[in-house]
Write a protein that binds this ligand. Sequence first.
Ligand code: HEM
Length: 490
Amino acid sequence: MQLSSWSSTAIPVVSISIILIIIFIFFRKYLTSKSTSNQPGLPPGPTPLPFIGCTVQMLLNRPTFRWIHKLMDQFNTPILCIQLGPSTHVIAVSCPNLACEFLRKQDAVFSSRPETLSTFLVSDGYQTTILSPPGDQWKKMRTILIHDVLDPHILKWLQPKRDEEANHLLSYIHNQIQKNDTPTEDGGPGEEETEHVSSVFTILKYLYAFSVIDFFPWLRGKIDFEGHQKIIRTAIQRVRKYQDGLIDERIQLWKDGVRKVKGDVLDVLINHESPKLTDQEIKAQILELMLAAIDNPSNAVEWAMAEMINEPSILKRAVAELDHEVGHNRLVEEQDLPQLNYIKACLKEAFRLHPFAPFNFPHVSMRNTTVAGYFIPKGSGLGRNPNVWTDPMRFDPDRHLDAERKQVVLSDNELRLLSFSTGRRGCPGVLLGSTITTMMLAIMVQGFTWEVPQNESGVNLVENHDDLALAKPLVVIAKPRLPKHLYPKS
Ligand code: HEM
């Protein structure tokens, strides 16, 4: 993994971190009524053209999140309003107090989601949780996830599966190292898995990609202006090609009475009673769970490793914590995680400084309201950005360590960093997501030493232009640091 000499203090855009997006539908009506009422004004933003709003500017200034960030700087405002199309308003917020106002105080008002062509296709007509507007279907699916998939007892029951994955990661890295000496099967992803995972990431990229047709809904099905529709349809078809057949097979095994004991989340969904789920609901929800669980853990661990390798004193402290809490004679286990506060602080810092997405999942307002003295019309949404940290661009895990040595948790209800968000749309996978992410980093730090290649002076911390991921995949040299017998064979 190779990177150049960028320091984290020089990264330009990651100060976007709490951004909230709000979409408004009845703008015209509001404008006509505004002159006769004492309603407050909309938040500041660029002047929209009649009918098209700022759509042309948006198209000329891709990626949209960097444009929005620039506009917030230009207008010198933590709350910005951009009109897109004839009647949609996007409201971006970059300060924790305002984010709390939207996501906590007025949570009930802002708990809807925008209905776009991509979200409609991915959720197979809003049969799922994350993408669905509030209503009976969202409530049903969210309740099932909370009680039957993400409940701590269920997570305990599924721990052996996660242990298997952690061992797999360890043996994969170990095999990569061995490969230099003797060619072996490394246990890495095959062609099909690579296609599946890369298609999941494609869906994530285009899910809320500011597509023109979402602001001019009557164009839907008539024109694919930016080509987003084709890309997302192909990606969904690729992911489903691998998943749906397996789900059908499993459903059949239960119907035929061949499978009798539940062994995973799919079995739980298939056997759910009152309400019983349809095959379509199960398939759509499994796809959505893939989207929910993959991006954040991998992105946080990659950035945390990059920052830690670049700052050896931080990596050294993380190693020392593992040596002290776990030692050299066994592998780290989930039971150790409560003691690994420094490792968690490194991850929390990665979530703060390098969130996977520049925006939180968008929220849409369900009625007109006022936030920070501005009128926020019905039909609006949100994300976030913390500016409350000293020296905010510095990767500094210590800022998350409590003087009273309380447990470090990766979530933050005050929304000074987004990670899992909060409120009725907040992430129900906090425990699972934190566990997966922390185990992944802990096992990599415990199992290996990590260095940049000899001809490199450090890790290049440049991020992509189009998103906030590392511009180049992290390439570094790993060496085993535990007794040989501890590395599982795969
Ligand atoms: C480190 C890992 C994870 C992070 C950082 C994360 C973060 C988030 C965020 C920011 C949201 C949007 C909240 C909002 O709209 O305000 C969300 C929603 C959601 N997450 Fe997670 N998540 C993680 C892992 C997971 C996992 C493992 C699952 C389940 C397997 C999950 C399930 C969900 C669901 C179902 C929602 C939608 C809730 C709703 O709209 O009602 N997440 N997550």
